[in-house]
Ligand binder design. Structure first.
Ligand SMILES: Nc1ncnc2c1ncn2[C@@H]1O[C@H](COP(=O)(O)OP(=O)(O)OP(=O)(O)O)[C@@H](O)[C@H]1O
Ligand SMILES: [Mg+2]
Length: 274
C-alpha cells in the first residue's frame, strides 16, 4: 500500500515570518511585527489569551488573508495565496456532509490518479484508526471520529506545513489524548512543520518542540520556551512538569504590561526573532 511518505509535496519546510503585521479594515491592529522562524519538521505550539491574534496568524500563513506588512516564506518562496503544501485543521471538523468519509479525506487529491488517491486515503484512514468507516457519512461519526477524519484529510497530501487551530479543544480529555497519539504517529511518518494553536498547556507540553507565548493588543510574540523532552512524553516526568510550570508563568507574564515586569523577564520580552 502507498504510504504518506511518497508525497504529493516532498519534504518538510522551513517557515519564515518576517516583520508580519495585520490591521483589519475596521482598524483592529491584530498582529504587530511578528518575526518567527520554524524549522523543518518542528512542532511549534502557539499559546496566548483570547484575541491575541493566533487565528489571524494561521490564516495569514495559510494564505487565506493578506498581511498589512511583512512577508511569509516557505523554503524561501513567498506565500501570498492558499498553497498546496500548507494544510489546515480547524477547531471543528468542517467535513462536507454530502461526501462519505473516504471522499472527504480524498477531496484535495482530485488531480491524482484514482488508484493513488484510493491508496493514500486508505492509508491515512488506517493511521487514524478509521479503516472500517470509509463508507460512512460524517453525521454517523462521533465528534472525535470526525476530527480524526479532518486530520487524515490534512495529512493525505503530505503537507510541508500543517496548521492546527485549537483542533482538540472541543473534545474530552480521553479523546484528546487519543488524537495526540494519532497526530504524532502521522507527524513521524510525514514530518511536516507544524504550528498548533492551543489553550491547553498540557497539550503543548505533550506535542511541541517549542512553545511561543503571545501577548495581546496588538498581538505580538512574547516569550519562547524550548521543550526538548524525548518522545513519547510522560506528563508526570520532572521535565514535563517543569515545562508546564514555565509555560504557565510565561502566560501569566504575557498578561501584564511590559513596564511592570521584573528586569530579568524583560530580557526575553519583545517582538524579537525566535
Ligand atoms: N475579520 C476581522 N475583522 C476585524 N477584526 C478581526 C477580524 N478577525 C479577527 N479580528 C480581531 O483581531 C484580533 C485577533 O483575533 P484572532 O481571532 O486572531 O484572535 P485569537 O488569538 O485567535 O483569539 P481566540 O483565542 O479567542 O481564538 C481580535 O481583536 C479580533 O477581534
Ligand atoms: Mg482563534
Amino acid at each position: 500500500m502507498r504510504g504518506l511518505r511518497e508525497p504529493c509535496y516532498r519534504g518538510s519546510a522551513m517557515l519564515s515570518l518576517d516583520s508580519l503585521s495585520k490591521t483589519y479594515a475596521d482598524g483592529t491592529h491584530a498582529l504587530d511585527r511578528i518575526d518567527l522562524q520554524v524549522a523543518a519538521g518542528e512542532i511549534l505550539a502557539l499559546i496566548g489569551g483570547s484575541g491575541c491574534g493566533k487565528t489571524t496568524l494561521l490564516r495569514l500563513i495559510a494564505g487565506l488573508d493578506t498581511p498589512s506588512m511583512g512577508r511569509i516564506s516557505l523554503d524561501g518562496e513567498a506565500i501570498t495565496r492558499p498553497h498546496p503544501g500548507v494544510g489546515l485543521v480547524f477547531q471543528e471538523p468542517r467535513l462536507l456532509p454530502w461526501l462519505d468519509v473516504a471522499d472527504n479525506v480524498g477531496f484535495g487529491l482530485a488531480d491524482r490518479p484514482r488508484r493513488e488517491r484510493q491508496e493514500r486515503v486508505a492509508h491515512a484512514l488506517d493511521r487514524v484508526g478509521l479503516s472500517e468507516h470509509g463508507r460512512r457519512w460524517p453525521r454517523e461519526l462521533s465528534g472525535g471520529q470526525q476530527q480524526r477524519v479532518s486530520i487524515a484529510r490534512a495529512f493525505v497530501a503530505s503537507p510541508r506545513v500543517l496548521l492546527l487551530d485549537e483542533p482538540f479543544s472541543a473534545l474530552d480529555a480521553f479523546t484528546r489524548k487519543d488524537l495526540h497519539r494519532h497526530l504524532l504517529g502521522l507527524w513521524e511518518e510525514v514530518r511536516p512543520t507544524v504550528l498548533i494553536v492551543t489553550h491547553d498547556v498540557a497539550e503543548a507540553v505533550t506535542l511541541a518542540d517549542r512553545a511561543v507565548v503571545m501577548r495581546p493588543k496588538p498581538g505580538r510574540l512574547d516569550e519562547t520556551l524550548a521543550l526538548p523532552m524525548a518522545r513519547p512524553r510522560d506528563p508526570t516526568s520532572p521535565g514535563s512538569e517543569a515545562a508546564t510550570r514555565n509555560i504557565l508563568a510565561a502566560l501569566d507574564r504575557s498578561l501584564r504590561p511590559i513596564e511592570t515586569r521584573p528586569k530579568v523577564v524583560e530580557a526575553f520580552a519583545g517582538g524579537g526573532s525566535f
